[in-house]
Design a protein around this ligand. Structure first.
Ligand SMILES: NC(=O)c1ccc[n+]([C@@H]2O[C@H](COP(=O)([O-])OP(=O)(O)OC[C@H]3O[C@@H](n4cnc5c(N)ncnc54)[C@H](O)[C@@H]3O)[C@@H](O)[C@H]2O)c1
Length: 255
């Protein structure tokens, strides 16, 4: 596929959904910088994903630290001179415990990565996108952002990301910089490793399509959202969840 002359920054791209995004984007000619706090994995992923269709770089950064976010974007601007796409994908989840047992350090980490990191990266990306009068930001939400699943920090932070998406989309619409949010269903990545095989089996029993996603399913939706075919889609929070959020709990009544 021909080069698209677009540059994407993908946070948390060393593994899981972010890695799937990086693979999908580079294969389709979009240059990519993947940022991750795990430097060793980042290096491995970059060499694995190297392709003739586009350039790919890794940059070690903790996106919960504003100075590291600035260095990430300085690096991207130095390499490519532009940022067209930001995928705010890096995220952390918590052990599922009652509120009285929540470790406050873990609480801070989730707030700092899942919300503040998204804020810092978006803020800097918008600075680079505005003069070019175009850009796309994709945030990663979660079903936990809509529905009250166990986990008293992660779900509320994802709900905040989902609202941040619509507020920022409104602010930037006239430029236009488009801002959308993908809400994945169950994607079997390392983030989900706390779930036992039985948990997964139970979850999939009640998911209407009875299927977990692979990272590329989420990446394909992101690729569409950043394309011209989606030019009037902004402020949308879009599920790719095998019908999970459509079920609305009615299975509990045998319906
Ligand atoms: N897997 C799912 O089923 C699922 C469902 C709904 C939403 N999500 C969301 O999708 C996104 C990706 O999930 P995943 O399953 O691929 O996760 P993952 O844990 O497999 O990968 C996350 C990556 O982010 C990196 N990361 C974590 N904290 C970081 C930080 N402070 N700075 C930079 N990098 C950091 C990790 O090193 C890792 O490489 C997350 O935002 C997650 O909340 C996942």
């Amino acid at each position: 596929m021909a080069k698209s002359n677009r540059v994407a920054v993908i946070t948390g791209g060393a593994r899981g959904i972010g890695k799937g995004m990086a693979r999908t984007f580079t294969k389709r000619g979009i240059d990519v910088v993947i940022a991750d706090k795990d430097g060793d994995l980042l290096e491995k992923t970059v060499s694995e994903l190297k392709t003739a269709e586009a350039s790919i770089y890794g940059f070690k950064a903790d996106i919960s630290k504003v100075d590291e976010v600035d260095k990430l974007f300085d690096f991207t601007m130095k390499q490519f001179g532009q940022v067209d796409i930001l995928i705010n994908n890096a995220g952390v989840a918590e052990p599922l415990v009652p509120i009285t047992e929540v470790d406050l350090k873990i609480m801070d980490e989730i707030i700092n990565v899942d919300f503040k990191g998204v804020f810092y990266c978006s803020r800097r990306a918008v600075k680079e996108m505005k003069p070019r009068k175009s850009g796309n930001i994709i945030n990663m939400g979660s079903i936990d952002g809509y529905v009250s699943l166990p986990g008293v920090v992660y779900g509320p932070m994802k709900a905040a990301v989902q609202r941040f998406t619509t507020v920022l989309a409104r602010e930037l619409a006239s430029i236009p910089i488009r801002v959308n949010c993908i809400v994945p269903g169950l994607v079997l990545t390392e983030l989900m490793e706390e779930l036992s095989d039985r948990d997964v089996e139970l979850m999939l029993k009640y998911v209407p399509m009875h299927k977990a996603l692979v990272p590329e399913d989420v990446a394909n939706l992101a690729y569409f959202l950043v394309s011209d075919e989606a030019r009037y889609i902004t402020g949308s929070v879009i599920t790719a969840d095998s019908g999970a959020s459509a079920d609305a709990g009615w299975h509990a009544f045998g319906l």
